[in-house]
Design a protein around this ligand. Structure first.
Ligand code: NA7
Length: 535
């Protein structure tokens, strides 16, 4: 690439969002587009997260792209909840199909993006020292893409191999017979622990907060189901457009107390045995808003845990008690709790006996010293804002995005922020796409951004900028919506509470996908109400 290259649009990230955004802008709008991607291949989340057991927690056929009939016809999912190797193959297949790679510069991170008020263009610099100017900047950096490593004293001194789940070694590593330590018990750890427990020598899991996990209900897709899925695609995607979180499951318009305790228990049992998120997002409508209703679901899960774990003490350690059910992301599992019945697996509660330090060969808690051949950090991500914060983004008059957001992100629809003209944040902070079966909302976001760029181009608009009052209204609305729910009570990544020092507030939009879609559509229909457009 030559220095001072000029293009119409730059997209940061070649995951599910960036790939589709490239296709829309290049192939439908005919724009000159450049994508920068830190990885050596496409796929984003599914490129990086290659730990054993990684798979969709959404039904595969509700997760893939819906925009191309050819892709829907040609691609066959093998499992109801597809594993990472297949997911990456799928995204590579899409990249091949639309010949996306020539516009993507791999192994390249965007270091800075500065807006020039005189030219109304963004100036982008990469870590490869490339410099490129564009009219439109689209960030497609993902919500869970900046791994978080806690500052545990001594971590840097650990002499044996250690890695974060999102940086699982690309070469084959065998854990067979090894003494493995795992820190963290979130959705990632739950998938990974279940898988690695099959052949490790000894496994020690350090748990700070127990999670409410639910059986995934995965199985292979039969040939007959494959035929039916293809026929059902229009119905599947229509259903996803109508449900709260764009999943197949949706809340019942009923309180947990509109039925007898026996009926409720029977309904919970049914939802428990259904694949997917139904027990979480297809339950009584007050489970996530009312403590008493929530406790009926919470205790149901605890009893399931108690019935699966042989040692009552370990079972109680695995029973979540400090936060309401469903206020943290519910991990889906397949045999997770039974892992703790294995004689070579040990659970350590680090709330009561905190990790004091990592030593050269293991770690020390307040009570005991442990040695490991491998130490795995399943400690999550600096979510939602993390990847944007790591780019030096400066808008009009040199305004720094990270500084502007130090007390929490301020956005309009999660698509942009006042003072940052011609910037589109696909599935950005407080975007409706954050609390969503994510590819469904990615498509909505990308299509909205593409329509907007088309409108700007056709109308020869050189600058589009979020109005302060529109941003204030949306930012307040995002926090207002969550007030009626139990979400603020959990120390979750939804609330930014997983990162020390991060402003505690809702980072996702919990108003539901249909409402969000309607808001976005209305803004577009009213000539981008809430924005200022300059010729
Ligand atoms: P999560 O859900 O953020 O889980 C991270 C885990 O790491 C969780 O159990 C944390 O405990 C634990 N953690 C974090 N920091 C520490 C420290 N300092 N000490 C001990 N334990 C710690 O990340 P995942 O990768 O599992 O999942 C992220 C999303 O990916 C998930 O929601 C899905 O949408 C897919 P805590 O609960 O904070 O006490």
């Amino acid at each position: 690439m030559s220095d001072r290259e000029m293009v119409d649009a730059v997209i940061i990230g070649a995951g599910i969002s960036g790939m589709y955004q490239l296709h829309k802008l290049r192939d439908e709008l005919g724009l000159d587009v450049k994508v920068f991607e830190a990885g050596s291949g496409v796929g984003g989340t599914w490129y990086w997260n290659r730990y054993p057991g990684a798979r969709f927690d959404s039904e595969s056929y509700s997760y893939g792209y819906s925009f191309s009939d050819e892709v829907l016809e040609e691609w066959n999912w093998n499992e109801h909840f597809s594993p990472q190797p297949d997911n990456l193959k799928y995204l590579e297949f899409v990249a091949d199909k639309f010949n996306l790679r020539p516009n993507i510069e791999f192994n390249t991170r965007v270091r800075s993006a500065h807006y020039d008020d005189k030219t109304n263009r963004w100036q982008i610099e990469t870590d490869g020292d490339h410099s490129i100017s564009c009219k439109f900047l689209v960030t497609a950096v993902g919500v869970l893409s900046t791994p978080f490593t806690p500052e545990i004293p001594g971590l840097a001194n650990f002499k044996n191999p250690s890695w974060h789940t999102a940086n699982w070694p690309r070469e084959d590593v065998s854990l067979e017979g090894k003494r493995v330590g795992v820190i963290g018990t979130g959705a990632t750890a739950v998938q990974m622990i279940t898988e690695i427990a099959k052949n490790v020598g000894q496994l020690t899991v350090f748990q700070r907060t127990a999670n409410f996990c639910k059986p995934i209900g995965n199985r292979p897709i039969t040939a007959e189901e494959q035929v039916q899925i293809k026929k059902d695609y229009p119905k599947i995607f229509q259903r996803c457009r109508e449900t709260f979180g764009s999943f197949l499951a949706d809340f019942e318009e009923k309180s947990a107390f509109d039925v007898t305790p026996e009926e409720r228990e029977a309904r919970y049992e049914e939802l428990w045995n259904e694949p997917g998120f139904g027990f979480w997002l297809g339950t009584y409508e007050d489970v996530l808003t009312d403590h008493k209703a929530n406790e009926t679901a919470a205790e149901f899960v605890r009893n399931k845990i108690r019935s699966r774990v042989n040692d009552p003490k370990v079972a109680e350690m695995l029973c979540p008690k400090g936060h309401p059910f469903g206020t943290k992301r519910v991990p889906l599992e397949d045999g997770y709790y039974e892992v703790y019945n294995q004689s070579n697996v040990r659970l350590v509660d680090i709330k009561s006996t905190p990790i004091e330090m990592v030593t050269e060969r293991g770690l020390r808690t307040a009570e005991q010293e442990f040695e490991f051949d491998i130490l795995i950090l399943a400690t999550g991500f600096d979510t939602v804002t993390g990847s944007l914060d790591r780019i030096d983004i400066r808008g009009s008059d040199g305004l720094i995005l990270k500084d502007k957001w130090v007390d929490g992100p301020k956005t309009y629809l999660g698509m942009g922020s006042a003072g940052f003209p011609n910037l589109f944040t696909v599935v950005g902070p407080t975007n409706g796409g954050t609390f969503c079966n994510i590819p469904r909302c990615i498509e909505q976001n990308v299509e909205w951004v593409s329509d907007c760029i088309k409108y700007l181009t056709e109308n020869e608009i050189s600058r589009i900028e979020v109005n302060q009052d529109a941003e204030d209204e949306w930012t307040d609305h995002v926090q207002e919506v969550v007030k009626g729910t139990l979400f603020p009570e959990a120390d979750s990544w939804f609330m930014g509470a997983n990162i020390p020092g991060k402003k505690r507030q809702m980072y996702l939009y919990a108003g539901g996908s249909p409402l969000y879609r309607e808001r976005c559509d209305n803004v577009a229909a009213n000539n981008y109400e809430g924005y200022t457009l300059v010729k």
